[in-house]
Design a protein around this ligand. Structure first.
Ligand SMILES: *[C@@H]1O[C@H](CO)[C@@H](O)[C@H](O)[C@H]1NC(C)=O
Ligand SMILES: *[C@@H]1O[C@H](CO)[C@@H](O)[C@H](O)[C@H]1NC(C)=O
Ligand SMILES: *[C@@H]1O[C@H](CO)[C@@H](O)[C@H](O)[C@H]1NC(C)=O
Ligand SMILES: *[C@@H]1O[C@H](CO)[C@@H](O)[C@H](O)[C@H]1NC(C)=O
Length: 960
């Protein structure tokens, strides 16, 4: 046996040395980056292990580099060849390092696992290499605001997983590539939702072949190029489109009439072109809120087109210099949502009438340089509407002191108020809104499509301010206070607000703080309030932020070893470890029985104290035991900021393991009486339970009188939070179906496949967590009950659970069966469609839905009771069957309820009916991760840790 084992060890050692050669190549490359760049974080200390968790911005798994996040670090230097050597790298973000020069070489294709390539706002030049089309995993490509030249490589069309293509603001030339027999093109990107190609020097026609009906595009942004020729009628085939920007080109000819097929369109920008013919008839675009048609040579038009008055969502009309003649109909100003009208430089005559029921939203009416002789307005609106009539006869004749005859300024003076009188700060330091003197980190946030037009309403800014601060607090990003300043509309029609972040506790941020802050904004983890819509953040790059020096200069002296030494060391180390493991395995094999007698001798059992009355040593599979210090270290000593929740059991903390893994730690309240047994119960259960739809246990801590459970961290929180709107994640019907199915599968697994089977006993929306891809995960096994074969049918037990979800039969008989979980799941299903609490002001959701259901009517006549954010009622396919299923689950008698396996089957068949493939990965439907608005996207649909959401960073780099 010994010899055989030796051979195996040898073979495995050879395998390990191959793997560790690659590991070491990663480490070597990281050290190469350090040598190649100035201003790498001080924590990049030569002696420490780059993958050991101490190098800021580097995330590894099994000693392979997975993420490099170094936004706005002031890095200076070329992109070295090392950067293309990370064959396991998934996310590379080097945005806003103005000092980064060089170009992408064809070796970029060596990053075969890359999903996100984010190099915004550096100083990269040269062409984008063709080989980029070989990175099949690429999902998110942002190269905007650099100096890239040459053509858009046609090979990008091969990136079948690409969701987000952003090449804005470069010096790209040539035409937009489309596929033909010989070469690929962008028309092949049928999964993409974003083409952001504005602010380049692209020329030629917009090729008709660029668009087809298989595409799922939301945004097509081609503005500020030199494209000419007509707008292709194929654009009308992409009915998913929400925003189209073709402004500031040289497009000519008639606007194709089938553009009116784009009924999901929210914003259309055609300004600053040479378009001719009639103004396109946009009747039927019921979501359209922005029309920009300024500066074209459309046929003379008398008044404004009458179909404008039929658009219910319209907020902004920009028809500056658009050959409008004649009088304006008074009805124009009654469009209910209308906020902003620019009809300047036309030939509008007669009397302006804003007297009959103008929109209460109306903010600004710009009619300068027309021929308006008089106007009628109700006095109550006189001051609330900004009216500009400069350059009209009414102003020439009258006293120019009338406010409407002056040209207003565009900025609204606003800044976050200070909580004190201003003491003075030493030079360089600035006063924070909390009256601390510190070095703020500065930048600007841009909103391309805010849903409001008024800049003077300060409630918008306070809500933005508060939501950013709440987010930072939740994420543990060390920002003490935040100042918002100078909101204004920039030349590209974006709302821009200057931001100053003040560090918490220190005068300066450290690197880790800035990486967390910028990544969260830059990569869109933060979701802005819905009226702001999607955003991008541009840090101030003019001055490099001087970071707090975290590590003193001699930190590198800790431990140095040559690379050869390292390789040899780790191979030898690996083998020694392996031999030890094998020996340990043999030992434990031989001493299996004795091991339990002497629990203190081997981890993790040593930490378990059998004298505490908690029964036997926990039987663990795969869960590890943590010391109190380890958990203390990864939660900032259980700081307030890491606290993410609490329950009857105690507090929940977020932590970050040295390997970068995020964890959630459930820490039992000291002296919590429900201690021992349930704790052990949960560890044992969870460590045996491994399923995609069940929260995984990583380990536990039973040390220093503490009881803690360490779970994987589930980024998007509880289903309840999302249903209540607190997370800003919009759950449409598809998502709710997926969540129901995921939960049902998790429960089915517990009932039918876990060993021993488990009844959850506390299924409710606060025990269902959503991960970064909104995959549902069943959590909280504190009350779970393993079933032995003998009590497979029922278990008699003291009734536990949560009111509103509790199976009435179980409650009355105290006999617990799997059908009790079915009942609670039925309540969750009803909550999913109504977003109501199970018991609310004395109303019980089960009764409410039963009573409201009228099976003769469409959607069972449940409109009143449905959650309004679930989506348009016309899209709620399968809702009736869903309700039928939910009502079967909440039958009074357990034997009339379906088993979870049946529930899973029925949900799968509902999904198939809706056209979703229940087996398919979530990406296609969940990539649009709508943070409360349709414009949110979810670019990071692969298994990234972050819940990144639609940071749109496609614009010119803002320089002051
Ligand atoms: C990229 O891959 C090629 C082929 O495998 C290899 O020859 C080259 O050295 C690699 N380049 C880098 C920088 O790793
Ligand atoms: C884009 O074009 C518009 C109008 O032609 C112009 O006002 C604006 O400055 C341009 N933007 C940039 C960043 O060049
Ligand atoms: C699109 O528009 C064209 C022309 O206006 C029309 O003939 C066609 O039926 C429309 N297609 C769809 C799918 O609505
Ligand atoms: C615009 O289109 C709608 C619907 O297609 C039609 O009813 C209406 O008459 C058209 N308006 C004009 C001014 O052509």
């Amino acid at each position: 046996m010994g010899a055989k084992m030796g051979q195996i060890v040898l073979i495995i050692c050879i395998m390990i040395s191959t793997i560790s050669a690659q590991e070491n190549r990663d480490l070597e490359s990281l050290r190469g980056l350090k040598r190649a760049w100035k201003n790498t974080p001080p924590s990049w200390d030569d002696g420490s292990d780059p993958c050991g968790g101490s190098w800021d911005g580097i995330t590894c798994k099994n000693h392979r580099v997975k993420k490099i996040l170094l936004p706005n670090m002031g890095l200076i230097g070329d992109l070295p060849r090392y950067i293309w050597q990370f064959s396991e790298l998934e996310i590379l973000d080097l945005s806003y390092n103005k000092g980064l020069t060089g170009s992408l070489t064809s070796e970029v294709q060596n990053l075969t696992k890359l999903t996100n390539l984010i190099l915004v706002g550096c100083s990269l030049t040269g062409p984008i290499p063709d080989s980029i089309g070989n990175i099949q995993s690429l999902n998110y490509l942002s190269l905007n605001s650099n100096g890239f030249t040459g053509q858009i490589p046609p090979s990008i069309g091969n990136l079948m997983n690409l969701n987000w293509l952003d090449l804005t603001d470069n010096k790209l030339t040539g035409s937009i590539p489309v596929s033909n027999k010989r070469s690929p093109g962008l028309d092949m990107l049928t999964k993409a939702q974003h083409f952001h190609l504005g602010h380049n020097q692209l020329s030629g026609d917009i090729p008709p072949g660029l668009f087809n009906s298989n595409m799922k595009l939301f945004h097509v942004l081609l503005n500020n190029n030199t494209l000419w020729g007509p707008i292709p009628s194929t654009l009308g085939l992409v009915t998913s489109l929400q925003i189209v920007r073709l402004d500031s080109n040289s497009l000519s000819g008639n606007v194709p009439s089938n553009i009116s097929n784009l009924t999901s369109l929210q914003k259309i920008y055609l300004s600053h072109n040479k378009l001719t013919g009639p103004i396109p008839n946009l009747t039927g675009m019921n979501d359209l809120c922005y029309i920009g048609l300024s500066n074209n040579t459309f046929d003379d038009q008398f008044g404004v087109p009458s179909w404008l008055l039929t658009l219910p969502a319209l907020e902004t009309i920009k028809m500056h210099s658009a050959n409008l003649k004649g009088e304006l109909p008074a009805a124009l100003f009654t469009i209910p949502q209308l906020q902003n009208v620019d009809l300047s430089d036309n030939d509008i005559t007669g009397t302006l009438d804003i007297s009959s029921n103008p929109s209460t939203q109306l903010q600004l009416v710009d009619l300068r340089n027309n021929r308006i002789g008089d106007f009628i307005q109700q006095s109550e609106y006189k001051h609330s509407i900004g009216l500009i009539l400069a350059g009209n006869p009414i102003c020439r004749e009258n006293d120019v002191n009338d406010s409407f005859c002056r040209t207003p300024t565009k900025t609204a003076p606003y800044s976050t108020p200070y909580n004190c009188r201003s003491p003075s700060c030493d030079s360089g330091l600035e006063l924070s809104p909390n009256c601390q003197c510190a070095y703020p980190y500065k930048g600007s946030i841009f909103f391309r499509v805010p849903l409001f037009s008024s800049l003077v309403n300060s409630t918008f800014y306070t809500s933005l301010h508060d939501s950013i601060m709440v987010f930072f607090h939740k994420e543990g990003i060390p920002v003490d206070s935040l100042s918002l300043k100078n909101p204004q509309i920039d030349p590209n029609d974006y709302l821009m607000i200057d931001l100053e972040f003040f560090p918490s506790g220190e005068q300066k941020f450290n690197r880790a703080g800035i990486i967390a802050l910028v990544s969260a904004l830059n990569l869109g983890t933060f979701i802005a309030p819905k009226e702001f819509n999607f955003y991008f953040f541009i840090p101030e790059t003019e001055t490099v932020y001087t970071f707090m020096s975290e590590i003193s200069g001699n930190g590198g002296a800790k431990r140095k070893s040559s690379n050869i030494g390292l390789i040899v060391g780790s191979v030898v180390g690996g083998c020694v470890l392996l031999v030890l493991l094998v020996l340990a395995g043999m030992y434990s094999f031989r001493h299996k029985e004795r091991a339990e007698e002497a629990p203190r001798h081997s981890q993790p059992f040593a930490l378990w104290d059998p004298t505490s009355g908690s029964g036997d040593v926990p039987q663990l599979k795969g869960a590890r035991s943590f010391t109190f210090e380890e958990l203390q270290n990864c939660t900032n000593n259980f700081s307030e900021i890491n606290n993410i929740g609490q329950g009857g059991y105690g507090m929940v903390y977020k932590g970050n393991l040295p390997n970068g893994q995020l964890i959630a730690i459930k820490r039992a309240r000291k002296g919590s009486s429900q201690g021992g047994l349930e704790f052990k119960n949960e560890i044992e259960l969870l460590s045996r339970v491994h399923h995609k739809n069940v929260v995984g246990l990583i380990g536990f801590c039973f040390d220093k009188g503490e009881q803690m459970l360490v779970y994987e961290y589930i980024v998007n929180g509880t289903l309840k939070d999302s249903l209540s709107g607190r997370t800003g994640i919009r759950l449409d019907w598809m998502r709710r179906l997926k969540i129901a199915l995921g939960t049902a599968r998790g429960l089915q697994y517990l009932h039918d496949h876990a060993d021993p089977p488990v009844i959850h006993r506390d299924v409710k929306t606060t025990n269902i967590l959503l991960d970064e891809r909104l995959v549902a995960k069943v959590a909280d096994f504190g009350l779970s009950k393993p079933m032995s074969d003998a009590d497979r049918t029922h278990v008699t037990t003291q009734v536990k659970g949560t009111m509103g979800y509790l199976d009435p039969e179980y409650y009355m008989t105290q006999q617990l069966t799997e059908k009790s979980d079915t009942y609670s799941f039925g309540v969750v299903m009803l909550e999913l469609i109504t977003a109501r609490k199970p018991i609310d002001k004395g109303k019980y959701i089960v009764r409410e839905v039963k009573e409201a259901t009228n099976k003769d009517k469409k959607l069972y006549d449940l409109h009143e009771i449905l959650d309004p954010t679930i989506g348009l009622s016309s899209d709620l396919n399968g809702l009736e069957r869903f309700v039928d299923l939910a009502l079967r689950c909440v039958e009074d008698r357990g034997n009339q309820r379906p088993a979870m396996s049946e529930v899973v089957k029925e949900l799968e068949s509902i999904m198939a009916l809706v056209g979703l493939n229940p087996a398919e990965s979530l990406s296609s439907h969940l990539t649009s991760y709508e943070g409360a608005s349709k414009d949110y996207d979810y670019p990071y649909s692969n298994d990234s840790l972050f819940s990144y959401t639609g940071g749109d960073s496609s614009t010119k780099l803002h320089t002051k």
